[in-house]
Design a protein around this ligand. Structure first.
Ligand SMILES: C[S@@+](CC[C@H](N)C(=O)[O-])C[C@H]1O[C@@H](n2cnc3c(N)ncnc32)[C@H](O)[C@@H]1O
Length: 265
C-alpha cells in the first residue's frame, strides 16, 4: 500500500515537472489522440451532448478533440498534476478538476461520456475501471487509449545488456485491460491495437523526449545513474534497432478501446 502511494507520488511529480516541456515533445501523444478521435468518431462521440470527462487530460490535446467532435457538450478536464491543468487553454464549457482517476470526486452516473488518452497505464486497472463505469450514465461510452506490453521494448532489451534492474514498467496486455473493464461492469464495443513510434537520431534524444513528457518514472524506484561504461553498453545495444530511415525508434504499443456502461435490462 505504502509502495503504491510512493509510486503514485513519483508518477505525479514526474508529470508536474514535465508540464512546461510536454507539448513540444509530445508528437506521438498527439498522433494517438488523432487515432482515438477517429475511433470515437465512428463509435458514438460525434455530436454527443451533455457532459464529457477527459481523464488524465494533461495539457489538453484530448479536450481539443472533444471540442471538435462534440462542440455542444461541456467538458470536465481531470488530472492529478496541477501544473498540467494550469497549461490548459481557457475555454468556455471546460471545467478543470485536480483529482486522482482512481478516486474521482464526481457523483454516480453524472457524465455522458469518458475520454482518456495515455493516462490509464499509470493506474491500477482494477481501481480505475470501476471509477470510470461509476461516473458514467447507463448507456454512456468510454473512448480510451492506453499502452500495451510491447511499449518501449527496444529500451527494455537494451537495458538487459547493462544490468538486472527493471528500467521499464510492465504495461498490461489488452486481454487484461479487457478483463478488468468487463469485471467493472463495462461491455466492450471495440478493441484495437496499433504501433506508433517516437524517433530520434540518438538514444540521448529519445530519452530526453521521454523525460520531457514525464514518462521517465518508468522502472523500479530511484537508482544510481549509469556509469560511462554502462551508458556505452546501452547505446551499443540500442544501435541494433536503428532503421532504414537512419533513426532510432521507441515503440508505443497502443491499445484503443470503446466501452459502454450497459443500461439496466
Ligand atoms: C502521457 S500524459 C497524457 C495527457 C493527455 N491525455 C494527452 O493525450 O496528451 C498522462 C497524464 O495523465 C495524468 N495522470 C496519470 N495518472 C493519473 C492519475 N492517477 N489521476 C489523474 N491523472 C493522472 C498525468 O498527470 C498526465 O497529465
Amino acid at each position: 500500500m505504502a509502495e503504491r502511494s510512493e509510486a503514485k507520488r513519483a508518477i505525479r511529480a514526474a508529470f508536474e515537472g514535465a508540464a512546461p516541456s510536454y507539448d513540444e515533445a509530445a508528437s506521438v501523444q498527439r498522433e494517438i489522440c488523432r487515432h482515438l478521435s477517429l475511433m470515437a468518431h465512428s463509435h458514438g462521440l460525434i455530436d454527443q451532448r451533455g457532459l464529457l470527462l477527459d481523464v488524465g487530460c494533461g495539457t489538453g490535446f484530448g479536450l481539443e478533440c472533444l471540442a471538435a467532435l462534440a462542440p455542444g457538450a461541456e467538458r470536465i478536464a481531470l488530472d492529478f498534476a496541477h501544473a498540467m491543468l494550469r497549461r490548459l487553454a481557457v475555454a468556455p464549457d471546460t471545467y478543470p478538476l485536480c483529482a486522482d482517476l482512481e478516486a474521482i470526486p464526481l457523483s454516480d452516473g453524472c457524465v455522458d461520456g469518458v475520454w482518456s488518452s495515455l493516462a490509464l497505464q499509470w493506474s491500477t486497472p482494477d481501481r480505475a475501471f470501476p471509477e470510470l463505469v461509476r461516473v458514467l450514465k447507463p448507456g454512456g461510452r468510454a473512448w480510451l487509449a492506453s499502452l500495451g506490453p510491447q511499449t518501449f521494448h527496444e529500451l527494455r532489451s537494451a537495458f538487459e545488456a547493462v544490468d538486472q534492474a527493471r528500467h521499464v514498467i510492465d504495461f498490461h496486455a489488452p486481454e487484461s485491460w479487457a478483463q478488468c473493464a468487463i469485471s467493472a461492469g463495462f461491455e466492450i464495443r471495440a478493441l484495437e491495437r496499433r504501433e506508433c513510434f517516437a524517433w530520434s537520431a540518438t538514444l540521448r534524444g529519445l530519452l530526453r523526449d521521454i523525460r520531457a513528457i514525464g514518462a521517465h518514472s518508468l522502472g523500479d524506484g530511484p537508482r544510481k545513474p549509469l556509469n560511462r561504461q554502462q551508458w556505452r553498453q546501452l547505446e551499443a545495444a540500442y544501435e541494433a534497432c536503428r532503421r532504414g530511415n537512419g533513426l532510432l525508434p521507441a515503440t508505443y504499443d497502443v491499445i484503443l478501446a470503446v466501452l459502454e456502461r450497459p443500461k439496466p435490462r
